[in-house]
Design a protein around this ligand. Structure first.
Ligand SMILES: Nc1ncnc2c1ncn2[C@@H]1O[C@H](COP(=O)(O)OP(=O)(O)OP(=O)(O)O)[C@@H](O)[C@H]1O
Length: 310
């Protein structure tokens, strides 16, 4: 028997003639957090909606806790928590009343006090939902998603609209849930969120998974980055080529900055050798390399290289 809590194989989904998801595969073992990253319209929410049982898969296989999320949605519902991008909260109810209402739908829910504490909303218990800020509403959505102690949690952009403090508190809540054994599928536009929380990630673009794995696996093979400010007296076209390529010139803080991506050759030595070449060039030209930096590719670099690849 499979130990995967979520299994997606060859999933396709269309809206009329438009294919929003074009044959994707991934799986999430029990107790892990998997993050779907991607551009707007990449197909993340559509994928989530199939797993949540809102619509059947047009093609491919989808299993949730060993069952079919659409056909078996009634049986699965008590075991699953869902935080949608758009919530349908009732403005006139208080925060406590809203949680109370959702508790009644579950067999062994958290108490209202526990749910309030988990979402850091205890001081808003008596406040009408309509009077909450955007970030507070997201926290209430999260409280409602977890009040039934779900085994699997779907979080669609859970921290959008939250201030940095609320976001960090929410990350802590999500980490606690995963540590307690909850399996989580999360979509986010915050790369830092995925890096902090996810056991594995996938980057989607135009309905396809372009790359997947742990963050170190995803960034591996994307080279190192070398950058420095170009001194005012140095013509751009005299800058050296490194690893065979000229620099990309961007403007940062009003200064032209030369950026190199070094991918060729021996993976351990490439940045080292290119930096040595650069320093030798600088010495012969009597140029000072202001703000020289050397670093491995980041998740943001990989993300941008995927989405800029039209
Ligand atoms: N109900 C619908 N009818 C027609 N097209 C839709 C519908 N829902 C989504 N789409 C289209 O399907 C594509 C994928 O949308 P989806 O919401 O899954 O993307 P997403 O990755 O979640 O994007 P975002 O990051 O903006 O939330 C988009 O091009 C979108 O316009």
């Amino acid at each position: 028997m499979s130990t995967e809590t979520i299994e997606v194989g060859g999933l396709r989904q269309r809206y009329g003639a438009f294919e929003a998801v074009r044959g994707i595969d991934f799986s999430v073992p029990s107790g892990q957090l998997f993050a779907l990253l991607g551009t707007n319209g990449a197909g993340k929410t559509t994928t989530m909606e199939v797993l949540e049982g809102f619509r059947p898969a047009a093609a491919g296989t989808v299993r949730l806790l060993g069952a079919d999320p659409f056909r078996d949605r009634r049986a699965l519902r008590p075991r699953v928590g869902i935080m949608l991008q758009e919530s349908g909260l009732i403005g006139d109810l208080t925060v406590s009343e809203t949680i109370g209402l959702w508790r009644d739908l579950h067999a062994r829910p958290l108490s209202v006090g526990e749910a309030l504490a988990r979402a850091d909303l205890a001081d808003k218990a008596g406040t009408a939902v309509r009077q909450l800020s955007g970030g507070q509403k997201r926290r209430l959505d999260l409280a409602l998603a977890v009040v039934g102690r779900p085994e699997v949690l779907f979080l669609d952009e859970p921290t959008t609209g939250m201030d940095p403090e609320a976001r960090i508190a929410t990350w802590k809540l999500i980490q606690d849930l995963v540590a307690d054994g909850t399996t989580v599928l999360l979509t986010t536009h915050y790369l830092e969120e995925a890096e902090r929380l996810a056991d594995r990630i996938a980057i989607m673009h135009r309905g396809e998974i372009r790359i997947a794995g742990t963050v170190p696996e995803v960034v591996a093979g994307h080279g190192d980055r070398i950058a420095f400010r170009v001194p005012a007296h140095v013509p751009i076209d005299t800058l050296p080529r490194l690893d065979g390529f000229p620099p990309e010139i961007t403007v940062a803080d009003g200064f032209p900055t030369a950026r190199y991506t070094v991918t060729g050759g021996d993976p351990d030595g490439r940045a080292h050798r290119s930096v040595a070449d650069l320093l030798a060039w600088a010495a012969t030209q009597s140029v000072t390399l202001d703000r020289l930096s050397v670093r491995p590719a980041s998740l943001e670099d990989v993300f941008l290289s995927i989405v800029e690849d039209k």
